[in-house]
Write a protein that binds this ligand. Structure first.
Ligand SMILES: Cc1cc2nc3c(=O)[nH]c(=O)nc-3n(C[C@H](O)[C@H](O)[C@H](O)COP(=O)(O)OP(=O)(O)OC[C@H]3O[C@@H](n4cnc5c(N)ncnc54)[C@H](O)[C@@H]3O)c2cc1C
Length: 437
């Protein structure tokens, strides 16, 4: 076992270099602690732009940033590329893929993963999009299926390859369906002259009566209008029953032939073993007190998507958005120093800066406090906020240049099938029947 000795400074171990974990580490710079970040990836992922990677308009590298590079100048920071397997609160250690590691303070910032709500068939055949590898898989699948459509000689045979069904009309579903509609409207005619663009259909499905149900009525209404204009077919109040890789069926008996189902209908917290089941609540989140400390512990914290701070003000916890993770990360860094110094701590208060979602070129919706608006100005704000939030100067420049290029040419992105996709557990034959009729 690889045991790291305790140093003279208390050691803060952070599991996860997402929005929350990165914030904790950076706020502990120059503080009298040793910081060790553990992540199974050696990079931070900017999840809000995953959909642009999946639709081939951005390269994966431009939305990822090396954790080591980010903290290169921070003397009290160390990084290990390792997965945490188990937390041992009784011995203040974690078991990882590189051995056992001791901590004085532990921050669980492991985020969330796709929730298929126990439907194994949907999990087997539908595509999630929570990480860069998953977005790259999706990019390959989309392009492979369009290539496959080209080989088919009848409309009927092309149909399942050109039907795209997005389940879950939150920001991810809305943004991805908008991007697919733009791919159809602007790219398909250039790159695939053999295909009639009207044969490509994009369906956005939700069991709620409106899209973006976490945003205002105005934002929902505005985005629905944008989506309809772009040719996205909305299936609201619709519950998915089954998907077998070829046909998706709904509770009302309707069905769609498709080889492209993208699942963004739910997320659940990612919790390493060792956390008591008694404090795991709805959405597989860890219940914390008002300072983000997990119930029953004096030195373990949970922040971001994996945390549920249940209070009178937040009976369902906080929303799963980057700002919550960032603000909790900031708060926990302060709290740990207060605890080390024996000072009083303060409860966490979330400051909601508002919500934005983009639907496509010149089209976005914004709920900024009482200000609710949509269209070009909302789209400019969306782009600005995303650019300044991206980690790394190079990434900001690359994304900006890509966006300007796409705006001017209607044809951005390389759209390459670098690594063909076959879903694990699904045979190549089952997934991609190469039958030319
Ligand atoms: C497609 C998509 C679009 C989104 N768009 C927006 C948006 O527009 N605006 C917004 O505010 N929010 C958006 N979100 C939500 C936002 O990205 C999350 O709320 C945020 O990432 C949560 O931050 P976090 O630090 O809790 O977790 P994450 O950022 O998910 O980071 C978790 C980290 O933990 C690591 N990890 C997990 N388990 C282990 C383990 N056992 N061992 C080691 N490392 C581990 C992971 O590799 C990852 O790096 C979006 C999410 C997705 C998926």
């Amino acid at each position: 076992m690889n045991t790291i000795d305790k140093s003279k400074f208390p050691k803060v171990v952070i599991i996860g270099g997402g929005f929350g974990g990165m914030q904790v580490a950076s706020k502990l710079e120059d503080k009298p602690v040793e910081v060790l970040m553990l992540d199974k990836h050696n990079y931070h992922t900017f999840q809000p732009l995953l959909y642009q990677v999946a639709t081939g308009s951005l390269e994966a590298d431009s939305i990822a940033f090396s954790a080591r590079k980010n903290f290169a100048g921070q003397k009290n920071f160390r990084f290990r590329n390792a997965e945490v397997l188990k937390i041992n609160p009784e011995s203040n250690t974690v078991d990882t893929t590189i051995g056992e590691i001791a901590y004085d303070y532990l921050v669980i910032a492991t985020g969330s993963t796709t929730n298929f709500f126990g439907n194994k068939d949907i999990e087997r055949f539908a595509m999630p999009m929570k990480s860069i590898p998953e977005a790259l898989n999706l990019r390959s699948l989309i392009l492979q299926n369009i290539e496959e459509a080209v080989l088919q000689k009848t409309i009927e045979n092309r149909e399942p390859y050109l039907n795209f069904v997005l389940v879950g009309a939150g920001p991810t579903g809305v943004e991805l369906s908008g991007a697919l509609a733009e791919l159809r409207n602007h790219i398909l005619i250039h790159d695939y002259p053999e295909l009639n663009k009207d044969e490509m259909k994009v369906y956005l499905v939700d069991f709620m009566p409106r899209v973006l149900s976490a945003m205002s009525e105005q934002a929902s209404h505005g985005s629905q209008e944008f989506l309809k204009k772009m040719g996205v077919e909305l299936l609201l109040n619709a519950k998915v029953e089954t998907y077998d890789g070829n046909v998706i069926k709904f509770a009302d008996g309707k069905s769609i032939k498709t080889k492209n189902v993208i699942w963004s209908a739910g997320v659940m917290g990612v919790i390493p073993d060792g956390v008591s089941k008694d404090i795991v609540v709805r959405g597989n989140k860890i219940k914390t007190d008002s300072i983000c400390r997990i119930e029953g512990s004096s030195n373990i914290f949970a922040i971001g998507d994996v945390a549920a701070m249940i209070t009178d003000e937040t009976p369902k916890g906080h929303p799963g958005v980057a700002q919550v993770a960032i603000q909790m990360g900031n708060h926990v860094a302060k709290t740990i120093i207060q605890l080390i110094n024996g000072e009083p701590t303060a409860p966490f208060k979330y400051f909601d800066k508002g919500s934005l979602a983009t639907i496509g070129r010149n089209k976005a919706v914004a709920d900024l406090g009482k200000l609710k608006f949509q269209g070009f100005f909302a789209w400019l704000i969306w782009m600005f906020v995303h650019l300044i939030s991206l980690l790394g100067f190079r990434n900001k420049i690359v994304v900006f240049i890509n966006w300007v290029g796409s705006y001017l040419t209607y044809n951005g992105g390389a759209r390459l099938i670098i690594r063909p996709f076959v879903k694990p557990g699904v045979s190549e034959e089952e997934h991609l029947p190469k039958t030319v009729d």
